[in-house]
Design a protein around this ligand. Sequence first.
Ligand SMILES: *[C@@H]1O[C@H](CO)[C@@H](O)[C@H](O)[C@H]1NC(C)=O
Ligand SMILES: *[C@@H]1O[C@H](CO)[C@@H](O)[C@H](O)[C@H]1NC(C)=O
Length: 321
Amino acid sequence: MNMASMGILLIFALICVSINADTDFVKVECKAQQTGQYGQQSLLECVVRTTADVVNAKIIVVTWRKKGDNKPLMVYNRGEKQLQPGYKFAEPSWNVQNMNVSLLITNTALKDSGNYFCYVMTDSGDHTADISLDVTAKYNKPKIYYDPGTTGGTLMCESDGGFPKGRIGWFSELKDEWTSSSQMEAKKTGSGLFHLSSKLPLQPGSRFSNYTCIVYNASGGKEGENTFVLPDLPPERQETGQGPEKVGPAAKIVAPVVVIGSLIIGLLLLLVVLHRRRSQQARRCSTIPLMSGHHQVPDRGSHVEEGDLEEIGETWHGSRA
Ligand SMILES: *[C@@H]1O[C@H](CO)[C@@H](O)[C@H](O)[C@H]1NC(C)=O
Ligand SMILES: *[C@@H]1O[C@H](CO)[C@@H](O)[C@H](O)[C@H]1NC(C)=O
């Protein structure tokens, strides 16, 4: 063998070695994105895949760590396991031939959201994969309170225990939306979860028999609802006690007005009737002297007094003379 062929062999050998390292006889495959529920178990699913050349691969090391943490959450190293509380192999009886190296978070907290790395070393190679976890919390069924205090009353809807920040919508009789008339407030509680509250002032002129409040999560999905049936009228306005007093002031004004008004109208009618009679009498009296002059008295109606008529009659008569 000359130097050239030796060199070629060496190059082939190097290529083989590098193929060995790169062709991934062993690969860790994880689900890209997992969603966990606050207070429940979360599964970070990863499995080790080997090529067909590899038979009966055995796992030597598994390490799970979270980005930003100094300490790994779980380490399996040649028969020894080190776990932080709340984290374990998802497979209850995991062994070195079980390629399912998924991590289980037993009680998911908001701080568990983030990126994770899973490193696996087998007797046929090693690999690292990453997976991310999103933590959400479901809002509780909302509660509705009614405060009749102001003119039309106010409805208040509250829901808590959710994450991320959601919103509250209002509907009357499940048809018309009133959300734009409401005011919502979102407060972060000690645990990092949100408390939502929304106030809907009611107008006395446009009250509906019932109102529904709906809680939506951050992506707009409906998470819970509740309906409140309004009393027909605020009770203090239709029941005894305050009732007559509330009607009182109006009645005090209206009743005298009606009585005095009808008295005035009656008197006026009486006056009109009397005047008519008197003027008719007056006309009858005054026509006698006027008839001699063949003159008609201009009709002045009931406003003309008896005396006036005679005067007019005389001046009329006189002017003609
Ligand atoms: C891995 O194990 C967990 C827990 O037993 C199981 O829920 C999951 O489906 C397994 N994944 C695969 C790919 O087998
Ligand atoms: C919102 O609710 C919908 C429907 O229930 C669900 O599919 C979605 O994952 C939820 N999103 C969040 C951020 O909670």
